[in-house]
Design a protein around this ligand. Sequence first.
Ligand code: RB5
Length: 155
Amino acid sequence: MKIRVTIDSDDIAVSLKKVLIKHMLDSGVDVTDLDYAGKHPGALYPEVGYNLALKIKNKEFDRGILICGTGLGMAMIANKVETVYAGVCHDVYSAERLRKSNDAQILTMGSRVIGTELAKTIVSAWLNAEFEKGGSLPKVEQMRMLERKSFHPEK
Ligand code: RB5
C-alpha cells in the first residue's frame, strides 16, 4: 500500500512547497497539500505545523513535510503534538537517519536555507528510508516512554 504523505508551509515557503509537490507527484507519491495558510489568510507557522501534526497523530496521513523560513519553528511545534516526531534536515544523510534511526514521521526544511534541487533530493531520500529498528529501537522506545511521562506526569 502506498504511504499517504501530506505537506504544508507558511506564507514564506509556498514556492518551495509547490516545487516539492510537483516533484513528488512526478515520482508517483500520494501527496496532499493541506494549504492551511491559503485557507486561513494570515496564519502563522505554529498553526500551520500544528494542523499537519494533528493529522499525523490521528493517522490521516503516514508522513508529513513542513516548510517555513528555517524549518526550525515547524519542527518545534510539530514536536509539541504527542506521538509525533519531527526533525529539520538540510542534508541527505540526516534525512535518511531521521527515518532509519529516529522513526520521525515529519521532515521539516527551511526555504531560506536550502535550494530547490537539494530539497527535492532530501525529500526522495527521506521517503525511501524506513525505520531500521535494531539498535535504534530501544532508544526510540525510551523517547516514547519519556514523552508519555512528560505529557501524563500523573501516571
Ligand atoms: C517567519 O515567520 C519565520 O519565523 C518562519 O518562516 C520560520 O523560519 C520559523 O521558524
